[in-house]
Design a protein around this ligand. Structure first.
Ligand SMILES: Cc1cc2nc3c(=O)[nH]c(=O)nc-3n(C[C@H](O)[C@H](O)[C@H](O)COP(=O)(O)OP(=O)(O)OC[C@H]3O[C@@H](n4cnc5c(N)ncnc54)[C@H](O)[C@@H]3O)c2cc1C
Length: 479
């Protein structure tokens, strides 16, 4: 009989969730193996956050160079970008961020790494695809990520379209780009390509971009993208896509025809579970194909846990790593004969779209707050960057900070920020919500002058929970 290598915990996938899960499990005393079929670092490092943020950085610098004269510098006298050079920089960023050997760091922590694809061949046994080596484990953590989805449009895939899996390999910049989908990926990359000189059209089947974000913050971004020359077309039905020579032709309901050189599809993600033979292990997906898990991130098989994009509603790197830690903590508890100890807590999840201006949010938007609370108890405090000294100095006055709280006791329900560095600014709101601080505590915290975070303080100061001054409140009756 073939030898089976035995472990306490097997982690499948080494993107953002898997390494965190493996490290926590090893730190908890388990004998751990992690499997990766491609490159350690996964989507975020190679085809997601890192390359997109590197491209965004180049596009932002290019934009600021063109605005130089606003700051008293010599007027920008033109010039061409070298897209190939920019993409080489993107790949240098990937190398540097990935830096060092993940394999070495795993082995220092006593984690065995196997660089192969695996699938289940029994409830507790998996097999590598090429070498056919078998591994058994008491607990498994599935961290296999997600894949881009394609809308069911006749001819779309045959005409040749791109996703985040292929765009970072582009060597030249397409002249005319159509982006299907107006979520974070579509907006971020659409703005980048427009700033580098492409004609960009974003096609939506709904009414607005960033449909999951606060409508007012999305509207600020929408206005900015349009002002830069991006066409955003709403309520669109694409009936058919054809390839004519090197061109792609989109035929829309209503008769419009759009001709372009590249189509970027960014319409959503699906759990990457194909080929895992999950049925062998008793793991089931829901009707939409998402891996089902309970509050402890336990799948329908009690000894199998899942973390990250493969199961999460929140497809972010920070959530994947958090869920990896939660799943591993529970797997280790069960390994020691205890109950799962750690339910996933999604109350404070920051979400950021790294456009210029950035769009960030945490907790409830005003619209969602109205679903769970009556209008009379909700306070919405807003402070525009146009009134903030630092933003005026740097010429970045677009946007605002908005805090949604309860009038009764200042409990913060959520916050939305649109503006420069919104992604960094939202972290103060995350800390306040995590620590259950009322909005008055932000108002009472001294913020350095002149800085962008003062906008958070100013929004808090305009909330109904804000104190009149650090000490007057106890003496002066408030209206
Ligand atoms: C363009 C883009 C930009 C993004 N920008 C941001 C951002 O700025 N901030 C942010 O927070 N999030 C961002 N995200 C989302 C983020 O990249 C994902 O949420 C995160 O990478 C998910 O991590 P994961 O570990 O769940 O999955 P992944 O990183 O996809 O890792 C899964 C790993 O499992 C491996 N695998 C799969 N099946 C098997 C198998 N059978 N055997 C062995 N190995 C297997 C895969 O090869 C892969 O390496 C972005 C995503 C995209 C597409």
């Amino acid at each position: 009989m073939e030898e089976v290598q035995e472990f306490d915990i097997a982690v499948i996938g080494a993107g953002s969730a898997g390494p965190k899960a493996a490290r926590i499990a090893a730190a908890g005393g388990a004998k751990v193996v992690i499997f990766e079929e491609a490159l350690i670092g996964g989507e975020c490092l190679y085809t997601g956050c890192v390359p997109s943020k590197s491209l965004i950085h180049s596009a932002t610098l290019w934009n600021r160079m063109q605005r130089a004269s606003e700051f008293g510098l010599p007027k920008w006298s033109g010039g061409e970008i070298d897209f190939g050079a920019i993409m080489r920089q993107v790949h240098r960023s990937i190398e540097e961020v990935g830096g060092g050997s993940a394999l070495d760091s795993f082995s220092r922590q006593g984690i065995t790494t196997v660089c192969e694809r695996v699938r289940f061949i029994g409830t507790h046994t998996i097999e590598t695809s090429k070498t056919k080596v078998r591994y058994s484990a008491k607990q498994f953590i599935l961290c296999t990520g997600s894949l881009p989805t394609f809308p069911p449009i006749e001819g779309l895939e045959a005409a040749g379209c791109d996703t985040n899996r292929t765009v970072f390999e582009w060597k030249t910049l397409p002249k005319r780009i159509v982006i299907i989908g107006g979520g974070p990926i579509g907006c971020e990359l659409g703005q980048v390509y427009r700033r580098f000189g492409s004609e960009v059209t974003i096609l939506l089947n709904g009414k607005r971009i960033l449909a999951r974000d606060d409508a007012d913050t999305a509207a600020v971004l929408s206005q900015q993208l349009i002002s830069e020359g991006i066409r955003i077309a709403i309520d669109i039905t694409i009936e058919k896509v054809e390839r004519r020579g090197d061109e792609k032709v989109l035929l829309l309901a209503g008769g419009e025809v759009i001709v372009c050189d590249a189509i970027l599809v960014s319409t959503g993600r699906k759990s990457n579970v194909a080929g895992l033979s999950l049925d062998e292990a008793g793991v089931h997906c829901d009707e939409g194909g998402r891996l089902k898990t309970n509050a402890y991130l336990q799948t329908t098989a009690p000894h199998i846990w899942a973390a990250g994009d493969v199961t999460s509603e929140y497809k972010f790197t920070h959530v994947a790593a958090y869920e990896g830690a939660v799943a591993a903590s529970n797997a280790v508890s069960v390994l020691y004969g205890k109950e799962p100890c750690c339910p996933a807590d999604y109350r404070v999840i920051p979400r950021v779209t790294y456009t210029d201006p950035e769009v960030a949010g945490v907790g409830l938007t005003p619209a969602l707050a109205r679903v769970s609370h009556s209008e009379e108890v909700i306070d919405i405090a807003r402070f525009p960057f146009a009134h903030l000294d630092k933003a005026i100095i740097t010429g970045e006055t677009t946007g605002f900070v908005q805090i949604v709280s309860l009038k009764t006791d200042g409990t913060i329900l959520g916050a939305q920020i649109v503006g420069t560095s919104a992604g960094g600014l939202i972290n103060e709101m995350c800390l306040a919500m995590h620590a259950n601080l009322p909005v008055a505590e932000i108002a009472l915290t001294m913020h350095a002058y002149p800085t962008l975070p003062e906008a958070v303080e100013a929004a808090a100061l305009s909330s109904s929970d804000a104190p009149l001054s650090p000490c007057l409140d106890s003496y002066v009756a408030r209206e």
